[in-house]
Design a protein around this ligand. Sequence first.
Ligand SMILES: [Zn+2]
Length: 374
Amino acid sequence: MRSFEFATAGRIVFGRGTFAQLDGIAAGFGKRPLIVTGKRPVAGVAGARFSVVNEPTIAMIREGVDVFRDAACDSVISIGGGSAIDAGKAIAATAANAGDLLEYLEVIGKGHALENPPWPFIAVPTTAGTGSEVTRNAVLGSPEQGVKVSLRSPLMLPRVAIVDPNLTLGLPPAITAGTGLDALTQLIEPYVSSRANPFTDGLCLDGIRYASESLPRAYRDGSDREARTGMAYASMLGGLALANAGLGVVHGFAAPIGGMFDAPHGAVCAALLPAGMRANIVALREREPQNGALERYREIACILTKNPEATPEEGAEWVRNLTIQLAIPSLARYGIRGQDAAELAEKAGRSNSMKGNPIALTSAELTAVIESSL
Ligand SMILES: [Zn+2]
């Protein structure tokens, strides 16, 4: 068995109705929390407020740090989707350290390690997709440079993740679909990743089972509590897996697309997942038929199709049919065109996530992934 390391949030509180525990848990970390939310207001939690209407940018985090310091806050609680959680995570880390955020940002900043641990941070997801409540990075956009980069540190793992599936009951079908397929991507990619380990493998297989059964149901009937619970669980498992085993080609593209186009992360991953799986399977069959990832794609296909004889290709086809059933828009919806494929392929090839992909894809193969997702 290969050696591995596994790190996650200090404490996970999962289940319907667990949101009621937030006040009690938060009181143990500070007296003046900054509450970071998304578009939807959150009632009943006292503290200074900061709201994030879109995916967070560097400028937004600087603003949030100012609010935190002006109100003399001593902890951060994010209640929202991935954007609110990433923003809160980044504010808690930046506010505890001297100097500008750029000191600590990878790629476009200096990439220095955080000197001080972040202020205590509690994550409460209200969507089921990013798994950010149990990861150690915050994805931030720099619109001027047209890129998305991470603020990343093992110290940024949330102190507590409170995952209450009831908070996702009101999500509209389109958000359920995009975020849900992001969760499925974040379970499939770590399972076939070159950095997969025995611990994350178990989480991925369980999560793929939950997501494949719960996502179509949660999409059809948003008030299906059992399906919402299954998706909240699958999403969290995806976060645990990606933070410890890495990702692959779909997320390799998601970063440059998110930097260059105004497109929500979940919807982008959803549009790319079928072609990303197919490209990997074809390349593995052609060049590395002995690579264990091919057998892993077959196992995934068996779970998705519930057919023990399924081929890897049938798994990718099942995912394609799911994206049709869930009305996932193609990448063209966000203004991406065929002529962008080569540049996106080049950027994806150099991205952090691509390092986990089970096989090195050629630039022609990467370009084809974009073209068939338009
Ligand atoms: Zn994702």
